[in-house]
Ligand binder design. Sequence first.
Ligand code: ADE
Length: 251
Amino acid sequence: MTSIGIMSAMHEELVAVLDGLPDKQCVRVAGRDFWLGNWHGHSLVVVLSRIGKVAAATTATVLIEHFGVKQIVFTGVAGGIGTGLKVGDVVLAHSFVQHDMDASPLFPRHEVPLYGLSHFETDKALSARLGSAAQTILADVDRHVGADAVDTFALQAPRLHEGLIASGDQFVADASRSHGLRQDLPDALAVEMEGAAVAQVCVDYEIPFAALRTISDCADDNAPADFSRFIREVASLYSQAVLSEWLRTGA
Ligand code: ADE
């Protein structure tokens, strides 16, 4: 049975997924805990990427080289920078760019040197299946998220968006920085700190990659009422429900 790698950046994002993984076993490599288990008949390796591009690239490389995973799915949270995105919406990545990559004048801004690419695409077929599982879960969000959290975070008819996600080694939490990102990358829907690195590793190894990010904040001065609580009570439950639906329906 081929294995699937599941990654999230933070413990809170992964806790519901790990809780739902029966008979898991921990293997420690490169200072990281990799959790091996089976879910809906699929063999999984679940791990925290850690935060930032380098840490995530190392984790993805270990998943592929050491554990032999044949596809990788990333779930977690992101700051919304696209028009119309609100906290509780979900973004399915079509591609990733490193917003802090700048080797100009040697290479065009955002281009990753020696790849001739600034945007790294996710796998279309894998993303379509994950997106369809996400649509199913978002259509019935009250079933997966507690009424308290629905109220606190005003989760009304959360939507699935699809497009570009920008990654960089920075937590964006001020309006002038997110304004700058919008000007530099007008197509970007969301900002986070790992996806572009994992996408690049998966291009290197020719491994299908898909990523789904729940909007936890709008990358401005108004952090959500409680970032950790949002991850624990909303994003982590979305991830668990979407992954379960996606695996249950064949992955
Ligand atoms: N992950 C969640 N919100 C983020 C933000 N505003 N910037 C970077 N990564 C994030």
